[in-house]
Design a protein around this ligand. Structure first.
Ligand code: WTA
Length: 654
């Protein structure tokens, strides 16, 4: 939860910054008013940021009406996303660096990939995909380290109209198999091993295990990255780099419709099964490009660094699609902030003269704990702007970031958005909107935030208010559906508050109309800026033979924002031992991945349930937060005594 104390100080960018900025305060007000007054006219103009093979005549056809939710932007336009990210820059930028690849080990040289090289590598990879039978509309799963091939693969799919689904390299073989099967992918692209922080993950080994549970028609293209040994299945596995060398260096791009899917990205929801969020081509690209340019105030010659992994939406929109659509120079970093030492981020900023740096509060908090001396060792004079994403940033972390990294002269953009939204929803525009530490500030163009009372669903009309956050109208970057399950899409996002898109987040609006995101109000927790469904972790736990029942909640964690707290009831006759605790932790790691490992496991002889058998999570959350003074009404519990036992043996006594 965000700090409720409201710091009054607002930080304004320097006059130099404002003078150069794409948008100033008056410009924001005017453009925002225009964007909501006449979205069709506004987006008709903004749609021209990208190149169309056939221009659109229809701009917006959207409905949030339950039972009929349908979202179409630039519907009759035709384009190709890879041509927009590469080919159209060739006349002016063929020799400009598109991607700077910074490897895990700083002793390995960085690579500077020009737009001309990006075109050739993307084309070669597209030709390999074609050779393996991938056609427009087919799905390709990418399970890769943060290497340039990840960008080539995304753009190669886009080039031939195939739909990519990137699976974060930290996910387990089971999670990978589920995603391959749910999207019925034809091909998986992976690498032999993924080095990170000096350790190596066996991506190909994981893929081998996953593929045991998939159709034997699925092919596996392997990037030999570290060159270490892997198991090889003849006829199924292919050496991707070797194949790229022998195909043609050019591949013509395929024309796709604006509403043809560009990618699927699985994310956690309130129920067990991850949701396959579908983004389409035209609207997504317009929105990613526009937000990248304006939120980060990107100018030609800047070097933009987003530290996310391409396995998350942040990497899709702000490492690959937004920057490349704008002809930018974007950094891809394979490593972690603390390897080989806690100065790595700042060393890379100095080395590549980074101008905009975009990271997550969890990284800032962990580096803050190691002391400012790691920052001070490096020359950060190239930095003009800092960004934050993934969770609320607490004012302490904001102030540290501002003082030690930004030296008090870089605006900080606290960008609130989601996998589902494609790009920023609420964020300061750095030259236009003064920042308050901990507030995502004001809506981006075209975004109409609405605060509702969670119980009555009444729209809160006063400026100063709090409640749940919804969005009243569509914008081009939003998701279109859930893969293969439009009914679940409507149910998950449009049924609680009919007529509105429900974000799942709570928020507060202050007297200045600034938004403060207070965190999820559903059963999703945010661990180190990664979304995790509590139901997903629960179903992993109960799949273990010794577990009878499990309930998972979030609790405040100094570094991670939220930690995972699991209450576990064992099968009759099983002993709660330290060894079993370790076994369950390891079990969740293999079922989902390391990011889902519970931080605390409490043995619970019983869980607080209503007489109808429903687990009262409110009580479990309170105990996990070590705040059990006000548990509220427990009289409806079937057996109120279980609560005393849970309190007595709580794990978070700090
Ligand atoms: C949270 C990441 C507060 C929020 C782009 C949202 C934030 C979820 C912020 C989406 C922020 C993201 N301030 N909370 N600036 N940014 N969140 O889908 O709870 O991985 O619903 O997308 O992260 O996480 P996702």
């Amino acid at each position: 939860m965000a700090d409720t104390a409201q710091p009054t100080k607002a930080y304004t960018a320097s006059s130099d910054f404002i003078a150069k900025a794409h948008v100033d305060a008056a410009g924001y007000e005017k453009m925002y008013a225009a964007s909501v007054a006449d979205p069709v006219a506004f987006w008709a103009e903004q749609g021209q940021r990208i190149d169309w093979i056939q221009d659109y005549t229809k701009v917006k056809d959207t409905s949030f009406e339950l039972g009929k939710v349908s979202i179409k932007w630039f519907e009759d336009g035709k384009l190709n996303v890879s041509a927009n990210c590469i080919d159209r820059h060739m006349a002016r930028r063929a020799n400009q660096t598109a991607i700077i690849w910074e490897p895990d080990d700083p002793k390995t040289p960085a690579q500077h990939i020009t737009y001309a090289q990006l075109l050739e590598q993307t084309c070669r990879m597209a030709n390999v995909l074609k050779k393996h039978g991938v056609k427009k509309g087919d799905r390709v799963v990418l399970y890769l380290p943060m290497i340039p091939e990840a960008a080539y693969a995304m753009l190669a799919c886009a080039r031939i109209g195939a739909i990519h689904s990137v699976v974060f390299g930290g996910f387990s073989p089971d999670a990978l198999a589920n995603r391959i099967n749910d999207s019925e992918a034809k091909v998986v692209i992976t690498a032999d091993w993924a080095p990170r922080g000096g350790k190596k993950t066996p991506l190909k080994g994981n893929a081998d295990q996953a593929l045991l549970h998939c159709s034997d028609k699925v092919k596996c293209l392997v990037v030999k990255h570290t060159g270490d040994q892997t198991h090889w299945t003849e006829g199924r596995d292919f050496d991707l780099k070797a194949e790229m060398e022998v195909v043609s260096p050019y591949c013509a791009y395929t024309e796709v419709g604006a509403e043809d899917p560009l990618f699927i990205l699985y994310t956690s929801g309130s129920t067990g099964k991850p949701k396959g969020v579908v983004h389409t081509s035209g609207g997504y690209l317009v929105y990613a490009a526009m937000t990248h340019q304006l939120t980060f105030d990107y100018h030609d010659g800047d070097v933009f660094w987003c530290t996310a992994d391409v396995g998350w939406v942040t990497g899709h929109s702000y490492i690959v699609y937004g920057p490349l659509a704008n002809g930018a120079t974007t950094i891809m970093f394979e490593g972690v902030p603390t390897f080989p030492d806690a100065g790595r981020f700042w060393e890379v900023c100095a080395k590549h003269k980074v101008t905009q740096f975009y990271t997550a509060p969890t990284a800032i908090r962990s580096l803050m704990g190691l002391g400012p001396e790691w920052v001070e060792k490096h020359d950060l004079s190239s930095l003009r702007l800092l960004g934050s994403v993934g969770e609320p940033i607490n004012p302490e972390a904001w102030n540290w970031y501002n003082t030690h990294v930004g030296k008090g002269k870089c605006p900080i953009v606290d960008t609130f958005w989601q996998t589902e939204t494609g790009g920023h929803l609420i964020t300061p525009l750095p030259g236009a909107i003064p920042q308050k530490p901990g507030s995502a500030t004001k809506p981006f163009f075209g975004i109409r935030p609405i605060v509702l009372d969670p119980a009555s669903a009444k729209v809160q009309t006063e400026t100063e208010t709090d409640g749940v956050l919804c969005i009243a109208d569509s914008w081009p970057g939003m998701m279109r559906t859930l893969w293969g399950d439009h009914a679940r899409f409507e149910e998950a996002y449009f049924s609680q508050y009919p007529g509105y898109y429900f974000t799942g987040d709570g928020c507060r609006r202050d007297a200045d109309g600034y938004y403060w995101i207070t965190g999820r109000v559903d059963d999703v927790i945010n661990v180190s800026g990664h979304r995790m469904g509590t139901a997903e972790v629960e179903s992993a736990l109960v799949a273990h033979a010794k577990v009878a029942e499990a309930a998972v909640v979030g609790y405040p964690h100094d570094i991670k924002g939220q930690g995972i707290y699991a209450y576990v009831t064992l099968m009759k006759g099983e002993e709660p031992t330290e060894a079993l605790r370790k076994e369950l932790e390891a079990w969740v790691r293999t079922e989902i991945g390391p990011i889902a490992k519970p931080d605390l496991i409490q043995w619970a002889p019983g869980l607080p349930k209503t007489r109808s058998g429903k687990i009262m999570r409110r009580i479990l959350r309170k105990i996990a937060e070590n705040d059990f003074g006000a548990l509220g009404d427990t009289s409806t519990l079937a057996d109120p005594s279980v609560v005393d036992d849970l309190i007595a043996n709580r794990m978070n006594k700090a």
